[in-house]
Design a protein around this ligand. Structure first.
Ligand code: AMP
Length: 554
């Protein structure tokens, strides 16, 4: 028997229409070096429509990819909504990648137009000659001289001509409404590439349906807890997994947004917080670690933020405790570019002891409703959810990717999937009540004498030592044990490092044989384009002989 329900496609245009009317008076605060501007959701709706008219006027047609090269801002939100609503695909480019990777990704996606912030032109302009498919460059905030210089640039032979436009001029006089087409909800709406922490960037195309369901499924109380009484500071860049879906949840729920633009260093970010007083936030651990240092040194009051969802990398327990003392609850979440990204969020059940609650908080969190998970052991068998059996996490669901862009046959990335499930490459346990604890990434776990050592566990303990600002642990070849941990430690300013004391500190925290004997002090842990510890670079530095560890014997 068929249901009697209407079959209305899930569409981003519907989220836009809803947010810009029902929540029309809600605001987006966009920060830049020249100050903070306010835009209402209603204005975002009107400008998204104007943008769609403008793009259509340039001949941008359904299915065309339109890239952005922008900071987080209201303008960037208009692109997030206008481009997919007209039937095109928005592709936020990662401004922090090396230039040749940005060009590779834009060419791979086949972007026809790029909308760029003028302040980012110094990064984009040198790449223009490498962009094989881009025909339109639309710049926000450039002066006439800059636009003229861009227009005069010769194009390499064989490339399409590049028309250069000023965004404001392009939007001026356009209608504030657009008759959004009814689209197939399974069509692509947006593209993001993985940040390449463990390999080359891979493209994931999100559909209208997956983005809509993700917005519905993650703004709820037990996940991101977004509502019209909140103002959410979105530190996660819009090019990093669509800012974790927050921009789409905002128009669905009416949660106001604070977009920090380029104001991401701890001092400017603290200023943005005191000026706009967000109640919630999302960001990777390194952002919160940097802000903490600043806030502690300057006595800034950030207690307007009741909570901050932290994910993208394991959050050290010491950071949870430090923020508790500031009155800000960190909430741990796990996800990937491939999972839209929300997979788990750690909100402990009620009625537990303080110790049990802490354990739940430190875990990666409970599976979001539509995300199915299973653990696969090294021998390929499915492991129980008993909180102790550790295996590779595999996931499946309506906002999990089933393949990668440009590999429709699935052959190139066959190893990433297993009977229709996504292999995450993350190793961990799941409790009977669905809380995931990651012990490590399969590529980062250290295999010492047939036993596993979790690099994350060592890092977390080291970072709870008062003298340690950052610590990253990598596996290095060892003649006797196959692999052993190398601890790369960043010591706080004004403190002298004593590796033996740090090793002793690990006594009782990890098994004795797991304590590293190789130690090196480094000025800073290298970070990826989205602010995660970049262990690939540490491994390369070690292989090149740039890291010279001290050996502690006995
Ligand atoms: P990306 O697609 O670049 O966001 O990277 C996704 C990967 O980040 C995951 O596969 C995990 O290895 C890691 N990750 C994300 N969130 C967490 C977390 N809360 N704890 C540990 N690792 C995480």
């Amino acid at each position: 028997m068929r249901s009697t329900m209407q079959d209305v496609p899930l569409a981003i245009s519907q989220l836009l229409d809803h947010g810009s009317t029902v929540h029309g008076a809600q605001r987006v605060f966009s920060a830049s070096p020249s100050g903070i501007t306010e835009t209402t959701f209603a204005e975002i709706g009107a400008n998204a429509a104007r943008l769609a008219h403008a793009l259509a006027g340039l001949g941008i047609a359904p299915d065309d990819r339109v890239a952005t090269f922008m900071w987080n801002s209201a303008r960037h939100l208009e692109a997030y909504y206008g481009i997919p609503s007209m039937g095109c695909v928005v592709h936020p480019l990662n401004i922090r990648l090396p230039g040749d990777q940005i060009a590779y990704i834009a060419n791979h996606a086949g972007d026809r137009a790029v909308i760029a912030d003028a302040s980012l032109l110094p990064l984009l302009t040198p790449l223009l000659d490498q962009l094989a498919t881009v025909e339109h460059l639309i710049v926000d905030g450039a002066d006439e001289a800059t636009l003229a210089a861009l227009r005069e640039r010769p194009r390499p032979a064989g490339r399409p001509g590049l028309a250069v436009h000023d965004l404001d001029a392009l939007l001026a006089g356009r209608p504030a409404t657009y008759d959004w087409p009814e689209l197939d909800e399974r069509d692509a709406a947006a593209i993001c590439y993985t940040s390449g922490t463990t390999g080359e960037p891979k493209g994931v195309a999100y559909s209208h349906r997956s983005i809509y369901l993700h917005a519905l499924g993650t703004s709820v109380v037990d996940v991101l807890r977004m509502s019209a009484v909140d103002r959410l500071l979105c530190v996660v860049p819009q090019f990093h997994v669509l800012a974790w879906g927050v921009p789409y949840g905002a128009l669905l729920t009416g949660a106001e947004l604070v977009m920090p633009g380029s104001r991401l260093a701890p001092g400017p970010l603290a200023e943005v917080i005191t000026a706009t007083r967000p109640t919630k936030a999302v960001g990777v651990p390194t952002i919160w670690a940097g802000l903490l240092e600043y806030v502690q040194a300057n006595g800034t009051d950030i207690s307007c933020m009741t909570e901050a969802v932290v994910g993208g990398a394991a959050c050290p327990p010491a950071l949870f405790d430090a923020y508790d003392r500031l009155g800000v609850t960190l909430v741990h979440g796990w996800g990937m570019t491939e999972t839209s990204p929300m997979g788990t969020v750690s909100r402990p059940p009620a009625g537990l002891s303080a110790e049990e609650t802490r354990r739940y908080r430190l875990s990666q969190g409970r599976l979001a409703g539509p995300v199915q998970a299973r653990l696969i052991g090294p021998d390929g068998t499915r492991l129980p959810w008993d909180g102790t059996s550790a295996g590779e996490l595999e996931v499946r669901g309506p906002w999990i990717t089933g393949g990668y862009l440009g590999d429709e046959s699935g052959r190139e990335h066959a190893g990433s999937f297993h009977d229709g499930w996504l292999r995450t490459g993350d190793v961990g346990t799941i409790t009977p009540d669905g809380f995931l604890t990651l012990t490590d990434r399969s590529k980062d776990v250290i295999k010492s004498g047939g036993e596993w050592i979790s690099s994350v566990e060592l890092e977390n303990h080291l970072m709870s030592h008062p003298a340690v600002l950052e610590a990253a642990v990598i596996g290095v070849a060892d003649e006797r044990w196959g692999e052993r941990p190398l601890a790369c430690v960043v010591v706080r300013e004004g403190v002298t490092v004593d590796f033996a004391a740090l090793r002793d500190y690990l006594d009782g925290r990890v098994a004795r044989w797991q304590r590293p004997e190789r130690w090196v002090a480094i000025p800073e842990v290298p970070k990826t384009s989205v602010g995660k510890f970049d262990k690939k670079r540490l491994r390369a530095a070690y292989a090149n002989g740039e890291l010279k560890p001290r050996l502690l014997i006995g």
